[in-house]
Design a protein around this ligand. Structure first.
Ligand SMILES: Cc1ncc(COP(=O)(O)O)c(C=O)c1O
Length: 387
């Protein structure tokens, strides 16, 4: 797809506007006969990025990465920021905070930018558990927070998912006592990809936040296409005791650059900020600003993800296997064989798959790669799945 854009718009977003910057061949616009610069061909840029990321190794379907990586504009912005690499105190950090706040309709003082959103999970556990408070989480869920809290010696209350693989919010509410300092809800959940219906989650978060702090992990927010889904950021704006997590790793393809976000009341941000271990990388912040200001690339990536998800979902259904309704960039399904064996067999055929998520020991999580990668992967499925 080639989209004409004005020369001025491109000069603003590429190093052509700042003199002798570093120019990236596959990010450069081509001139059209009428002198209007055309945006790069996203399909071609994406194809090249997808080939590079596997770099002769297995196809990476293990860590829910964006197979296409960062947008051409983000890539160019990172190169344009080259001269910031040897300076402390880049203004990029504050600019990123403001850009993210504007994008999400929240005040900038409610935003903290971190070194990947894993840091949000760690500093939330530290800030709310340092005096020995307990933590309530679903099981299985993304383990970074409970694992970190366990290393701190905190008591973790694991609440099993329901039979249909959803958060058991009633059971979680029952575990909230005066000893609890933090409740973690991942929505959509990792590894199941399931969504808690909006009203149900909103009621749970609001009522629980009257008793303790609730952290809602929305790492996969941008992949959700279900029209009933809503973020919980409005609860923060209302002043509730809520932290919302987001990341630039997934939709913006910046996993290796380490940029994450917390949205919370300024007093909660200040409490967590004390525990951060540094500030994000300036070049990564520049890429993230450009990524946030680019609406075309996320739309492209969501479209491709939807195509890849359909290929996996249909193939799993054709084999009659149980699978969750995932609203993310990964699928989760029953193979009937130990996850490690399935992963080893897949690796032998050139595909890297996700780790095990007990007690789902005979299920596997498969990240959505490009549609072409998913077409190749599903050819293997009958052999990976016990008949
Ligand atoms: C639910 C969830 N939250 C947070 C993260 C951490 O992501 P990052 O530290 O790359 O922002 C991940 C990573 O896979 C995740 O799945």
């Amino acid at each position: 797809m080639t989209t004409p854009v004005s020369r001025r718009a491109w000069l603003r977003t590429t190093s052509l506007g700042v003199g002798a910057g570093l120019l990236l061949p596959n990010a450069l616009p081509a001139a059209t006969p009428d002198g209007v610069l055309a945006a790069p061909d996203l399909e071609a840029f994406a194809r090249a990025a997808a080939v590079r990321r596997n770099a002769g190794g297995p196809v990476r379907l293990a860590s829910n990465e964006n197979p296409y990586g960062m947008s051409p504009r983000a890539k160019q912005a990172m190169f344009d920021a080259y001269d910031e690499h040897n300076k402390y105190g880049s203004p990029a950090y504050q600019e990123l905070k403001r850009a993210f706040a504007k994008q999400n309709g929240v005040p900038a003082e409610c935003v903290m930018v971190t070194q990947g959103s894993r840091e949000v999970l760690c500093v939330a556990a530290l800030a709310h558990g340092i005096k020995g408070a307990d933590i309530v989480v679903a099981n299985p869920t993304f383990e970074a927070l409970p694992d970190y809290a366990a290393h701190m010696g905190l008591t973790i209350h694991d609440v099993p998912l329901t039979a249909d693989h959803a958060h058991d919010l009633d059971a979680m509410a029952q575990r909230v006592t005066n000893a609890v300092g933090l409740v973690f809800v991942c929505n959509p959940n990792n590894p199941t990809g399931t969504l808690v219906p909006d009203g149900t989650l909103r009621d749970f978060v609001s009522s629980t936040a009257k008793r303790t702090t609730v952290l809602v992990d929305e790492a996969y927010h941008d992949f959700v296409t279900d029209p009933s889904y809503r973020t919980m950021t409005d609860l923060v704006v209302k002043g509730e005791n809520v932290i919302v997590l987001r990341t630039a790793s997934k939709i913006h393809g910046l996993a290796g650059c380490r940029i994450g976000f917390a949205i919370a009341r300024p007093d909660i941000i200040a409490r967590m900020q004390r525990f951060t271990t540094g500030v994000p990388n300036a070049l990564a912040a520049r890429a993230a600003i450009a990524a946030i200001n680019d609406t075309e690339w996320p739309r492209f990536c969501v479209q491709k993800n939807t195509e890849g998800m359909a290929i996996l979902r249909n193939a799993v259904a054709a084999l009659g296997r149980k699978q969750t309704m995932s609203h993310t960039n990964f699928g989760f399904f029953h193979t009937g064989r130990p996850t490690a064996q399935v992963a080893a067999d897949a690796l032998a055929k050139g595909f890297l798959l996700g780790r095990a998520f007990p007690p789902y020991n005979d299920w596997v999580r498969v990240s959505i790669g490009t549609p072409e990668e998913m077409q190749a992967f599903v050819q293997l499925l009958p052999a990976l799945v016990r008949a």
